[in-house]
Design a protein around this ligand. Structure first.
Ligand SMILES: Nc1ncnc2c1ncn2[C@@H]1O[C@H](COP(=O)(O)OP(=O)(O)O)[C@@H](O)[C@H]1O
Ligand SMILES: [Mg+2]
Length: 349
């Protein structure tokens, strides 16, 4: 599959801060990739490097097969085939829908321009609203205008920086599904930046997890959640219990017994057990492995914290129907194979 975008060894420093520390990233044409990471990890910087608003200190960037940044090379933003959608929409308040979309097309062949505007309006479902001013549109519609304007010149890649963070929770779920459908229908290559893991996991083909200026793992949402590449990724994506253990091949021995591992590993390890992979079975005080310490009820599920006889605290995710009283003795059962990582020497938890 041809690549829509490729970053190799991209470095960007701001004084002492390494905002991008050797970023490697590839996005096949027509795919949506989420760049997921905590605030300050370098997501916006990475987008700005791709768009050409920042110069790389090292490494190369290719867009649609064409090198746009590298040693001695910096193609200016307006010459890169990139469309951008920002957090704050960045549509012009004094231009109507049609004019906003047309604005992105000043370098498009004049005779094809109006046809293209119409195609894009139809794609984002705004036909009939051409004459509306931005303040006459809902938040979701404004976001679609921004997307239409970015898509109009047929860029090789679309960059979206936290595009849904201005929308309230109810609207966000709907608008992001719409945006995904529009990008897919346009067969666009897109990167979208978010610090919201649910948004990343539910929306894209591939997720790239960025921590401290480095891409730690690129994987499908399912694989990322089930097989995080390292402990830091496991802790950032989803909830994680960690136990010390000793592994031998596909087995690991830890405080919860001998468990099967997803991949073979040997020696001292940290064992990852997701809260939903632990079952609680009511027990007598004599046979109990643990006792219930707290319970957070969310409706669709609940998070129960138990303390093992050895004093270890573990989070357990259960359906809403279970009720465990405070202090209730329970047995623990781990369901399914677990992940294990070489023990990090500097950790004591
Ligand atoms: N123009 C700049 N000058 C100095 N430091 C910057 C600049 N832009 C970003 N940084 C720093 O680089 C790091 C990454 O920032 P950013 O890419 O905005 O992160 P994110 O978008 O993931 O929140 C942060 O420590 C930030 O303070
Ligand atoms: Mg940012």
């Amino acid at each position: 599959m041809p690549l829509g975008l490729r970053l190799q060894g991209v470095v960007k420093r701001f004084g002492e801060v390494g905002a991008a520390n050797h970023v490697d990233l590839e996005v096949p044409s027509g795919q949506l990739l989420a760049l997921l990471g905590p605030s300050g990890c370098g997501k916006t910087t990475t987008l700005r490097l791709i768009a050409g608003f920042e110069h790389v200190d090292a490494g190369t960037i290719e867009i649609g097969g064409e090198r746009v940044a590298g040693p001695g090379l910096h193609v200016p933003p307006e010459k890169r085939r990139v469309g951008m959608v920002f957090q704050e929409y960045a549509i012009f308040p004094h231009l109507n829908v049609l004019e906003n979309i047309r604005f992105g097309l000043h370098r498009y062949p004049a005779e094809a321009r109006e046809e293209r505007v119409k195609t894009v309006l139809e794609l984002v479902g705004l036909l009939g609203l051409e004459k509306r001013m931005p303040h006459e549109l809902s938040g979701g519609q404004q976001q679609r205008v921004a997307l239409a304007r970015a898509l109009a010149p047929e860029p090789a890649v679309i960059l979206l920086d936290e595009p849904f963070s201005n929308l309230d929770a109810g609207l966000r779920v709907r608008v992001r599904a719409e945006v995904r459908a529009i990008l897919k229908q346009a067969n666009a290559t897109a990167i979208f930046v978010t610090h919201d893991q649910e948004e990343a996991l539910s929306l894209v083909d591939q997720v790239a997890v960025m921590l401290h200026g480095q891409v730690q793992q690129v994987a499908s949402p399912q694989k990322l959640y089930r097989q995080p590449a390292n402990r830091a990724v496991a802790e950032f994506v989803g909830d994680a219990n960690f136990l010390e253990g000793v592994a031998s091949g596909r087995q690991v021995e830890c405080a919860l017994g001998v468990l099967e591992t997803q991949v073979a590993i040997h020696g001292p390890v940290d064992v990852l057990i997701r809260p939903e992979n632990i079952e609680l079975i009511p027990a007598s005080a004599q046979t109990a492995d643990a006792r219930v310490r707290s319970q957070l009820f969310f409706g669709h599920d609940q998070l129960v914290t138990v303390q093992t006889n050895a004093g270890l605290l573990l989070d357990v995710r259960l359906g809403p129907a279970y009720h465990f009283a405070f202090g209730q003795p329970v047995k623990l059962r781990v369901v399914g194979p677990v992940m294990a990582y070489p023990r990090s020497p500097d950790r004591s938890d």
